[in-house]
Ligand binder design. Structure first.
Ligand SMILES: [Zn+2]
Ligand SMILES: [Zn+2]
Length: 116
């Protein structure tokens, strides 16, 4: 199973533009190659319409994710999934890094490197 990896222009890029006071062309700022200029879906390929990217860990039990469908972005505060693969020796288990109740495909089931 691979990551969805659908990429979109980050919704906050528009805010960065409005804070800029000169008349520089929009294409010059911010650098479109900057990692924070885009969001990339971390869910499993074929998950459905609503894509999701991790933003921030508030504490051990609370994360902020951005979800988007087309041009519509939503921010959610959610618990981490933390499910482990029960078929793997506990020594080698790693917790799922997605949010609780995400669409099927835990992070440890995804074989490709994210953001490829
Ligand atoms: Zn997606
Ligand atoms: Zn999971």
């Amino acid at each position: 199973m691979d990551h969805c990896n659908l990429s979109a222009r980050a919704p906050w890029v528009g805010l960065l533009y409005t804070r800029r006071n000169d008349d520089a062309p929009l294409a010059d700022f911010p650098d479109p190659e900057h990692p924070y200029a885009r969001v990339v879906c971390e869910l499993a390929y074929g998950h459905g319409e609503e894509h999701a990217d991790f933003l921030e860990e508030m504490d051990a039990d609370l994360q902020v994710w951005v979800q988007w469908e087309g041009e519509h972005f939503t921010y959610i505060c959610v618990r981490p999934c933390e499910m482990v693969d029960p078929t793997v020796d506990p020594v080698h288990q790693s917790a799922c890094m997605l949010y609780a109740e995400h669409p099927p495909g835990h992070s440890w089931e995804l074989a490709d490197t994210p953001y490829d």
